[in-house]
Design a protein around this ligand. Structure first.
Ligand code: NAP
Length: 260
């Protein structure tokens, strides 16, 4: 059987979930309204991800060549890169693979956060810079809000204690004094303020993820005059990019009209 034309959605972000949910709502309102299959692809960092619409594939493609094979083998007609803004390797792979196969590619990228007058940001480029910021600030207790994949640079830091917030359990081995906090956004400013005060946090470390779900920690830190080490975003490929899910769906409608 010839597979149906497919749209590949590179997931792992709130935008990807929203795209899948909104396509699902359309499909249940008008059966057959979405004339293509949607495959949402996850790297496999989260256990058993589910999607409201279409199917899921999990795990790397095997580099650019593997992605090219996947695109060709699954009759993919368009790719939406709704990756987290820090997933830059995959974003470059998608750009290169789509160029090779000649497929339309859209990147959905929420704008980064920007600092205001009350913020005490220390903007840094990588985890090495974060370490240097920790040395400089000399905190007693650090809230690491960077996920659980990139904790290695901190495992041997002795002095401050660390509270590591992540959605899934983090591996906290090492000589550092670290405790886990399992939680997921969206957060509120009052909740974040309570956390920062209760835990006596005097340095917050975050990626500049952007979006509203996790932004309240920044307002709470500003209100309490707590410094924040903010990782700047990595470079992304120069591809067509929109900031919102609504614009991504409008783009997809255009692609489907042309291909249908
Ligand atoms: P990355 O550094 O850009 O990619 C590393 C490798 O992981 C890629 O080369 C690819 O393997 C595989 N990969 C990444 N995203 C994939 C996807 N959606 N589907 C299939 N394979 C994928 O990625 P990352 O920063 O580790 O992020 C991994 C996933 O977590 C992404 O889906 C991202 O949206 C999500 N996420 C990342 C962050 C973050 O801070 N980095 C935060 C929240 C969510 P192959 O080369 O084998 O194809």
């Amino acid at each position: 059987m010839i597979p149906k034309a497919t749209v590949l959605l590179l997931g792992g972000s709130t935008e990807a979930s929203a795209i899948s949910r909104m396509l699902g709502e359309r499909a249940s309102a008008v059966p057959g309204a979405i004339g293509v299959d949607l495959i949402t692809s996850f790297a496999g960092r989260t256990r058993s991800p589910t999607v409201p619409f279409g199917s899921v594939r999990i795990g790397g493609f095997g580099g650019i060549d593997g992605l090219v094979d996947h695109l060709r083998g699954n009759r993919v007609i368009a790719v939406i890169d709704a990756l987290h803004p820090f997933a830059s390797v995959m974003a470059f792979h998608a750009s290169e693979a789509c160029a090779r196969v000649g497929l339309p590619l859209l990147k959905v990228q929420r704008p980064p956060w920007t600092s205001g007058p009350d913020d005490r940001w220390i903007e840094v480029d990588d985890m090495g810079d974060v370490r240097r910021a920790i040395d400089r600030v000399d905190p007693r207790r650090v809230l690491l809000s960077i996920g659980r994949q990139e904790l290695d640079p901190f495992r041997d830091i002795v002095g401050p204690t660390f509270l590591v917030r992540s959605i899934e359990p983090a591996d906290l081995h090492g000589s550092w004094d670290a405790t886990a906090l399992l939680d997921r956004g969206p957060f509120t400013e009052s909740g974040e303020r309570t956390l920062l005060e209760r835990e006596r946090i005097d340095l917050l470390v975050t990626k500049n993820s952007g979006g509203t779900a996790t932004a309240p920690k920044l307002a709470a830190a500003a209100a309490l005059a707590i410094p924040v080490a903010v990782l700047r975003r990595p470079p992304v490929p120069d591809v067509r990019t929109v900031p919102t899910v609504g614009e991504a769906l409008a783009w997809l409608d255009g692609v489907l009209q042309v291909s249908g």
